[in-house]
Design a protein around this ligand. Structure first.
Ligand SMILES: Nc1ncnc2c1ncn2[C@@H]1O[C@H](COP(=O)(O)OP(=O)(O)OP(=O)(O)O)[C@@H](O)[C@H]1O
Length: 251
C-alpha cells in the first residue's frame, strides 16, 4: 500500500441518490487528494456535486462506492460511532449558517469540541486563534449578541481549536457581506500560512476561491479541471466555460 502525505484523499468515489426515474448520479468516480497545509477551493455549477463530495470525504454522508481517507484512517471502513469520533477529533467544520449553540458564550462555543472530547484547552493556542479572529473582547457574548461576521469567526475558531487534520468549510462566506467575507477568508488563509492548517472550502464565489492555493472544478459529478495560484478573473473564466458546457449537455 502506498503511504500518502495527503491530509484527505478519495479514490473512485461515487454517490447515487434514488433509483428509477429519480436516480441521480451526484459523484461519478472522483479521485482526489487534498495536500496538507493547503487551502483548496471546490467550485462548479449548481448541482455538480460539490457538497456531496465534501460530505463524503468528511464522513457526514456515506458514498455509494469508492474509498476515502482522512490521514491514514479509511472513513469508508468505519461504523457510525467511529465516524462520529473521527469527525469530532480530527475534522473541523464551518457551515454557511454558522451553527453555533445559542445558549453558550463565544468562548464556550469555541472550546466545545475540546469539552466534548474531554481534552484540556491549550490556552496559548486558544489565545493565538482568538486574537487572529479579533474576538478577544467578545468572548462572553452569546451568538445573538454578535454580528454575522463575528459569529462566523467564532465558528472558524471552534473549527481550529482542536488542531484538526482538516477544516471543511461549506460556503463559509455565503451569508456574509463583502467586508466580513474578506476578513473571514483572510483568517482562513492565515490559518494555512501561519498554523499549517489544511482547509477545504466549497464556494460559488470566484473572489473567495482566489484565496486558495488550488481550485478544483466539478461538473456533473466529475473533477474536470484545476487551477493553481488562482486569480478571481481566471476562476470566473473557467466557471463561465463550465456553465456553458454543462448547459450545452442538457440543451
Ligand atoms: N439527498 C438527496 N437526494 C436526492 N438527490 C440529491 C440529494 N442531495 C443532492 N442530490 C442531488 O445530487 C446532485 C449534486 O448535489 P450537490 O448538493 O452535491 O451539488 P452542489 O454542487 O453542491 O450544488 P449547489 O452549488 O447548488 O449547492 C444534484 O443533482 C442534487 O439534486
Amino acid at each position: 500500500m502506498t503511504i500518502s502525505s495527503a491530509a484527505v484523499r478519495a479514490a473512485e468515489l461515487t454517490k447515487v441518490y434514488g433509483d428509477g426515474d429519480a436516480r441521480v448520479v451526484a459523484l461519478a468516480g472522483v479521485d482526489v487528494e487534498f495536500a496538507r497545509g493547503e487551502l483548496t477551493a471546490i467550485m462548479g455549477p449548481s448541482g455538480s456535486g460539490k457538497s456531496t463530495l465534501m460530505h463524503c470525504v468528511a464522513g457526514l454522508d456515506k458514498p455509494t462506492g469508492g474509498r476515502a481517507w482522512v490521514g491514514d484512517v479509511e472513513l469508508t471502513g468505519l461504523g457510525d460511532d467511529d465516524l462520529t469520533i473521527l469527525r469530532r477529533d480530527r475534522i473541523g467544520f464551518v457551515f454557511q449558517a454558522f451553527n453555533l449553540l445559542p445558549t453558550l458564550t463565544a468562548w464556550e462555543n469555541i472550546t466545545l469540541p475540546l469539552d466534548l472530547a474531554g481534552k484540556a484547552v491549550d490556552r496559548f493556542f486558544a489565545d493565538t486563534i482568538i486574537g487572529a479572529v479579533g474576538l478577544a473582547d467578545r468572548l462572553g457574548h452569546r451568538p445573538s449578541q454578535l454580528s454575522g461576521g463575528q459569529q462566523q469567526r467564532v465558528a472558524c475558531a471552534r473549527a481550529l481549536i482542536s488542531k484538526p487534520d482538516v477544516v471543511f468549510a461549506d460556503e463559509p462566506t455565503g451569508a456574509l457581506d463583502s467586508r466580513s467575507s474578506a476578513e473571514l477568508l483572510a483568517f482562513l488563509r492565515r490559518s494555512v500560512d501561519e498554523l499549517g492548517q489544511t482547509v477545504v472550502m466549497v464556494t460559488h464565489d470566484p473572489t473567495a476561491a482566489s484565496y486558495a492555493d488550488r481550485v478544483l472544478f466539478l461538473a456533473d459529478g466529475r473533477l474536470v479541471d484545476e487551477l493553481r495560484s488562482p486569480s478571481a478573473d481566471r476562476v470566473l473564466d473557467r466557471m463561465k466555460s463550465l456553465e456553458t458546457a454543462t448547459a450545452g449537455v442538457g440543451a
